[in-house]
Design a protein around this ligand. Structure first.
Ligand SMILES: N[C@@H](CCC(=O)N[C@@H](CS)C(=O)NCC(=O)O)C(=O)O
Length: 259
């Protein structure tokens, strides 16, 4: 199939988009990427889909428009039965996979994002590179100029106020505690059954910014200054079985490098 029949609309920095890229890669499906600029992206998405929520990832698969990473995963599974299965077709394993996927969308998706943005902002991280580094030079330039506006939008949209940021840290840690219970402390185990599922992909991709595994879009660049609170929490997480599990999923199951 020509790749342009499947197009992923995304932000390069978004961990929900990393979840969908990993989902597509694990199923061996080709796709083109259309990077969007945060802010103006909403107008592009509205043109694509009446039911747009304004969020990415959005996948257009042979004319079918899917506006949420969970719906994308379900669609890819039914539309491509001969590719590796990431969601069991039926039974209790399917229920467990879908329950864990929904749980990590929240515990890791929403809460990692809020905590990370808050600490990146406070710690003076190079947001221009993180948010716009993958764009062509003119967009990078414009992104740099618009950065204060983009930061204000993020602050408001994700409610980056101290009590919420602290609540998110607690929820992220609860998610890691649950991960350790599910894998019984063994970083070599998958969350459900004996093979990779969308539950593993969801947890590993959405905790991605926190652990910054090699091969993830969040891997540290040479000479990059990492805000102190992020460096400290990252080290504490990597010292735990859950952190080792997250690294292993990238090392062993993420076959394609970040883009
Ligand atoms: N439930 C959605 C969440 C996606 C999401 O929150 N995407 C963020 C980027 S990480 C986004 O597009 N934010 C911009 C916006 O909503 O305007 C999914 O699973 O696809």
């Amino acid at each position: 199939m020509p790749q342009s029949e499947r197009i992923l609309y995304q932000f390069p920095i978004s961990h929900f988009c990393e979840k969908t890229r990993w989902n597509l890669d694990a199923k061996g499906l080709g796709y083109d990427i259309q990077n969007l600029v945060p802010g103006p992206h909403r107008r592009v998405l509205k043109r694509l889909a009446k039911n747009s929520r304004g969020s990415v990832p959005v996948l257009v698969d042979k004319g079918v428009v899917l506006v949420d990473s969970t719906d994308i995963a379900l669609h890819l599974e039914t539309a491509n039965p001969s590719t590796p299965s990431l969601i069991p077709a039926s039974g209790p394993e399917r229920e467990r996979v879908l329950e864990l996927e929904a749980y990590y969308d929240e515990a890791a998706g929403k809460h990692v994002r809020r905590w990370m943005y808050a600490k990146l902002f406070e710690g003076g991280a190079d947001l221009k590179r993180l948010m716009f580094g993958a764009f062509p030079a003119p967009v990078r330039l414009l992104g740099g100029l618009l950065l204060p506006v983009v930061k204000a939008l993020i602050r408001r949209q994700y409610n980056l106020v101290p009590p919420k940021v602290e609540e998110s840290r607690v929820k992220m840690m609860e998610g890691l505690d649950r991960l350790e219970r599910e894998i019984q402390g063994d970083p070599s185990r998958y969350l459900v059954g004996s093979s990779l599922s969308i539950a593993d992909i969801t947890a590993a991709a959405l905790y991605g910014p926190l652990v910054a595994a090699e091969g993830s879009p969040y891997a540290a660049q040479p000479g990059e200054a990492i805000p102190k609170e992020i460096a400290e929490l990252r080290a504490a997480v990597l010292a735990r079985p859950a952190g080792q599990w997250l690294l292993r999923r990238y090392q062993e199951d993420r076959r394609r490098v970040a883009r």
